[in-house]
Design a protein. Structure first.
Length: 317
């Protein structure tokens, strides 16, 4: 099944810049969209909640102006991530603003998206749901989502245990719709590899933190450049859901990583916790990050790498 026209007709590369807690801001979202990459952010990034209206207005206004001034450029749609787990007390308030602005794409996670899907479809929007297991994908398909995001091992933030090769194959046994793959993809070759595996898009987060537009501390970006796979800690200690974090940021925050314990319940309603500003997420995609380019420079680099990967595939065929 092809990608929805909203995506297929407006992308320079088959990429979603993943919604990253306390990382994704309007500046990062807008810069991604201007370069033909889906920009996204978690609704829980906005505090107080009412400012979500301002964020959506700012993104819509600037992208509309950019489209008018650059009619020949591909400008990607933006997306808002909604945590649909019962612990998210802001869900319906955030959804009301998403509905007001008729957000073109919603990314749901951590729960049942059925009611969100029904409502988003009333204004012509699309919904992708992220999953870490095949059974989660089956439930999302039953809920009527327009696409699945397969989050494999090595993805930054909340992620799964499964090898992406195995997980995507398992899901493709029963699903032929739009599918994005997440898990340590940080270059054009990785994007092409995801397609070869059976994905339609790449879901990339960590690489975009190390850009000039990402409004995070300079030390965070420096830590990404200096880190290896061994510097990534996978734990459910903080929210009850496994996620990948930078070891150095945990130690810097005074956390003894040898004493991390599983949380006995899921608690994703963390939007008002200031402690999260010092705990930084990243995936295995830290490997290969050596610089901090602009979003435009990075997108051009990814395009070149992707095209080169296509050429190699054509030649060897």
């Amino acid at each position: 099944m092809p990608l929805p026209s909203l995506l297929k007709d407006n992308l320079s590369l088959p990429i979603i810049c993943a919604p990253m807690f306390l990382v994704s801001t309007p500046q990062l979202v807008i810069s991604a969209c201007k370069n033909g990459i889906v920009g996204s952010f978690p609704a829980l990034n906005i505090r107080p909640q009412e400012k979500l209206d301002e964020w959506l207005t700012a993104i819509e206004t600037e992208l509309a102006q950019f489209k008018r001034e650059n009619p020949d450029k591909k400008v990607a749609p933006f997306a808002v991530n909604q945590v649909v787990h019962p612990s998210n007390s802001r869900l319906m308030a955030d959804h009301a603003l998403i509905k007001k602005h008729k957000v073109p794409m919603v990314i749901t996670s951590q729960g049942d998206p059925t009611e969100i899907v029904k409502d988003v479809h009333t204004w012509g929007g699309i919904v992708f749901h992220d999953v870490i297991k095949a059974q989660h994908a089956k439930k999302a398909i039953k809920a009527g989502v327009d696409g699945i995001i397969v989050v494999g091992a090595g993805a930054g933030g909340h992620g799964g245990h499964a090898n992406p090769f195995a997980l995507i194959n398992e899901i493709r046994e029963f699903y032929n719709g739009p599918l994005a793959l997440a898990g340590a993809i940080n270059n054009g070759e990785g994007i092409r590899a995801a397609e070869v595996l059976g994905a339609d898009m790449a879901y990339m987060g960590t690489r975009f933190i190390a850009t000039q537009e990402a409004q995070v501390p300079a030390e965070y970006k420096k830590m990404l450049i200096e880190s290896t796979i061994n510097d990534i800690i996978f734990s459910d200690h903080f929210t009850g859901v496994h996620a990948n974090y930078l070891r150095a940021s945990l130690e810097q925050a005074g956390i003894d990583i040898t004493k991390l314990q599983s949380k006995d319940q899921v608690d994703l309603d963390i939007g008002n916790s200031n402690s999260w500003t010092d705990i930084w997420s990243a995936g295995h995609g830290v490997v290969g990050i050596k610089d901090i380019p602009s979003m435009e420079a990075l997108s051009q680099q990814l395009i070149k790498e992707y095209k080169d990967a296509l050429t190699i595939a054509d030649f060897t065929a």
